[in-house]
Design a protein around this ligand. Sequence first.
Ligand code: UDP
Length: 256
Amino acid sequence: MAEEKDSMLPPPPSPASGLKYRRIILKISGEALCGKEGGFGIHPETLLRVAAEIAELQRMGVQIGIVVGGGNIFRGLKGASAGMDRSQSDYMGMLATVINSLALQDALEKQAVPTRVMTAIEIRQIAEPYIRRRAIRHLEKGYVVIFGAGTGNPFFSTDTAAALRAMEIQAQALFKATKVEGIYDRDPQRHEDAQMFNRLTYDRFLVDKIGVMDSTAVTLCRENKLPIRVFKLTTRGNILRVCLGDDIGTVVGEES
Ligand code: UDP
């Protein structure tokens, strides 16, 4: 059935000139989809706006893999702190990411963007199982690929899933869309004079225990020299700007 659909697809868009990145992983936290900090569920307008920006990027010929979090629905750590078994609780968190993935797929399809959801835990009735080579093939054909269910393993996060998938599909960068402009020397919501870094090394990020992204994900990126750009999702046009190579937010990378 998938092959029949593929043959009906228009050829993938050719890359627009001026693009810095041809293949990327975009990590979107669950919280970003609920429209407000600490909120619950999915905010339809926010979802559509994010989808519209991704659609624009796809039409410019960028190959896009997306990893969505689940924090707007359920987080494993929260369940565990309320007395649940941690693994059980994490599996619930992973299922939450699948709900978000399906919502994002729907919103992208409304924008006429061909989209596949691939899950690290098999749920064949609603999504394809994750198979690396197939994911790459989808990207080459112009599909946006949403990776659901994180890594498929408890005790991990979707940040780590994003780093892992980025390595596997040989993405050129990992874009982490957050609620703040970038990485600061202290919490910008509590300290008015907080300074944003334009650039940060992996080592500094890890030594300073910066909480924007989990350390397992950053370690994986460091070992494979994959640059991470942290930027604000809710600023209109930001997703496009980072792909065009605009120097917004904070880059985490090597020394120079
Ligand atoms: N999770 C997991 N393994 C993974 C990815 C996610 O167990 O590889 C679970 C974990 O419980 C996590 C939840 O899924 O709390 C939602 O993911 P995350 O907290 O990374 O979402 P975000 O904060 O980005 O919304």
